[in-house]
Each structure stands twice: as C-alpha cells, then as structure tokens.
Design a protein. Sequence first.
Length: 201
Amino acid sequence: MELESYRMLLRKKGTASAILVVAFLVAIVVSMNSVANYIDLQTRMLGELINPSRRYLILSRNSTGITDSQIDVRLADKLCSLNYFEYILPQRVLIADMVRDLDSHTVLVRGVRDIKLFFKTRRARINGRIAENWGEVNVGEVLVRVFSINVGDNITLIINNRHAEVTVVGVFRSCSQSDSELIVPIEMISNLTENNVISLI
C-alpha cells in the first residue's frame, strides 16, 4: 500500500520538485537554527569572560565607531569627581598617517590621559618606558613587527594635516587590539586636533 502511494506521488507532475522545495526549506530552517544556537553560545561564553557590572564603556550617542565618537572632556572630569568608580580612563582614538624613513602608513593612534593606568588595566608588558610627554609614543608589538620599529626611532604623525615628530620610548604587548596601535598622551591629540573632545571613557 505504501509503495503504491509513493508511485502515485511520483507520477504527478511537479511532485518531485515540490518534495525538493520542502527539503530545501527544512534545510534552511535547520541551518538558521544552528546559526542562532552558535551565536547564543558565543554570547554566553563572552558573558562569562567579562563581568558587565564592573566595566563600562561610554561613547557619544550618534557615533558609529570609536574614531567618530565625540564626548566633552568635562563629562570625564565630572565622573572622576564622584569617587564612585575605581578608575576613569578618558581616551581619544584617531586614524593618522605614520611617516618613517619616507614610508607612510595609516595607523590607529590612541591618546590616553593616564598611560600607566591604561597599560596596567590591560596587563601590558613594556620594553622601554611609558610615554610621558608630547613628543613620546609607545608602539604596539604588532606595529613593531610589521614596520620594523625600534625603541629610539623617530616617526612623524600626521593628523588633520598637522605634523608631530615623536620618539618611540617603549614597545608594549597587551594581547589585545591595542597591540596594533600607537599610544600617546591625550594632550598631544588635543593639540593636533585643536579640540578638547574624547572618544570614549
């Protein structure tokens, strides 16, 4: 009886294609379910790595990324005065051109108010010393390897058509995305951009 039913289905025109369409729809639903489960698993795993109740990241409302976020520096100052937080770390992140030995490369520059605290929170190791003034820079390990940069090298940073000659005083490794950045005192960024905004707190 069952064999005759299958033969009847196969005799009708379009039955085979209808079966294929149904099979494909089932496969799509199963695939989407697998993707949703995978994303859920990744979210749970990341949630276990970072306790969201202990760290906060503040960006401006209409920003689409860190480099276009603009926050008034007075907000960071007000948060510091609350004495509620363990630390407040205002930063300005920009895209800049780095010129060294006539070679120019686009890099991410992070201006930080307290570079020592920044490295401490990232558990970074440093070869050399921490940049302390306007003409000094710390370079991430990834940039050092890619561009063969050494402690003591002089490089030129170009931001908004303004130039700054800086000396590499330290190479750091934090095992984070910062290893592909230049870290400078935030005052240097403020002087080059001629504004007193920050990207994130």
